[in-house]
Design a protein around this ligand. Structure first.
Ligand SMILES: *Cc1c(COP(=O)(O)O)cnc(C)c1O
Length: 371
């Protein structure tokens, strides 16, 4: 699904030198690489504050903790995402309200979101799934009208650009109140372990986020609030600084692979290729097909026989996960989510795909339907 070795080989010398330098400096925690990375991300994203942290899940948790929500407050989000998005809501005693998605973009349906708003709703977490931004203009308008916080989960979409109807653009993760991302190795900007970051333009909130991420302390050993311990290693920051310089090229490579797949599958009746929303470009964290006519699982097996990895993101939507089923849980009815769970399959997608590989993969996919 990914080729981290191939990507590493191309930047090996730079990365090895940077990592060795950190080891020799012995500044492992809160070192200069972390500071530089935060500054470079601020510039790249055009956002006022970047707070790095331990991973993408922590980023979401710290964001919710910094917003002073109370147990029982409702947070609207999608069920068609990785568990982290919803897990942290429940963990903090908040109530996740999962709503349905748009069948073309896989992202949260802003009309369904509007219908779910109640007196208890305090925040919305749109997820930019597979690398494409959710319908942020509608979401931001709705949030303003209802006085809600917006936390963007941009773990899969760092580097994607969103264009508003007035023509202005913003980077994914810098549109809402807070943006959260992950540097998990297979993400579009991945380190060599765990890592994450939080983005905001709000000065007061930025300070709160830093405090929460650092044991609730502003001054060493004086704890103002209950926080967590979540930080990015200096070693990981050194790697990320090098990769950040290539992020736009990585996005380009992913888009070229996606365009190849699109072209290969365009005349197949059973295969629906991923739609490009006019407001967002696509960072193609995943290239995800919808298979019509029930052949999805057969296709996955066929590809496995040909040594082609393919993945189902995600095989069980979160609203049907056992973890959420307690005595108070009312399972929402999400027909689009349920249907897409049966239809989606993601093909290998990364920065190092060769034309030969793309040809082999797409011919193997088509072969399944033509036999
Ligand atoms: C990967 C991911 C996360 C969590 O990131 P970690 O760094 O693994 O904790 C959160 N949300 C989404 C949508 C993700 O894909």
């Amino acid at each position: 699904m990914v080729d981290l070795r191939g990507q590493y080989e191309k930047i090996k010398e730079e990365v090895d030198t940077a990592v060795l330098n950190v080891i020799q400096s012995t500044a492992f925690i809160r070192g200069p690489e972390v500071k530089s990375l935060e500054k470079e991300l601020q510039e790249y994203l055009s956002v006022k504050h970047v707070i790095t942290c331990g991973n993408g899940t922590d980023a979401l948790q710290i964001a919710l903790m910094a917003l002073d929500l109370k147990p029982g407050d409702e947070v609207i989000t999608t069920s068609f995402t990785f568990i982290a998005t919803v897990e942290v809501i429940s963990l903090l005693g908040l109530v996740p309200i999962m709503v349905d998605i748009d069948p073309n973009t896989f992202n949260i349906d802003s009309e369904e979101m509007a219908k779910a708003i109640t007196d208890k709703t305090k925040a919305i977490i749109p997820v930019h799934l597979y690398g494409q931004c959710a319908d942020m203009e509608s979401i931001m308008n709705m949030a303003r009208e209802n006085n809600l916080y917006v936390i963007e989960d941009t773990a899969q979409a760092i580097g994607a650009d969103y264009t508003f109807t007035d023509g202005s653009t913003k980077k994914a993760g810098t549109i809402g109140t807070i943006g959260c991302t992950s540097f998990f190795p297979s993400k579009n900007l991945g380190c060599f372990g765990d890592g994450g970051a939080i983005f905001t333009d709000d000065d007061a909130l930025a300070e709160k986020l830093r405090i929460v991420a650092n044991h609730g302390m502003r001054v060493k050993y004086y704890h103002d609030v209950i926080g967590v311990n979540s930080r990015l290693d200096n070693l990981q920051a050194a790697v990320l600084r090098i990769k950040l310089r290539s992020l736009d090229n990585y996005k380009k490579a992913r888009n070229e692979a996606a365009n190849y797949y699109d072209e290969a599958f365009k005349s197949s009746e059973q295969i629906k290729t991923p739609e490009r929303h006019p407001s967002s470009d696509h960072a193609f964290h995943q290239y995800t097909l919808q298979i019509e006519g029930g052949g999805r699982d057969g296709l996955k097996e066929h590809l496995a026989h040909k040594d082609i990895p393919a993945m189902i993101y995600y095989p069980v939507p979160l609203h049907k996960q056992k973890a959420f089923k307690n005595s108070e849980y009312v399972e929402p009815v999400l027909p689009v989510t349920d249907l897409l769970t049966e239809k989606v399959i993601s093909l290998p997608m990364h920065t190092e795909l060769t034309e030969e590989q793309l040809k082999y993969i797409s011919e193997s996919v088509l072969e399944f339907f033509n036999n």
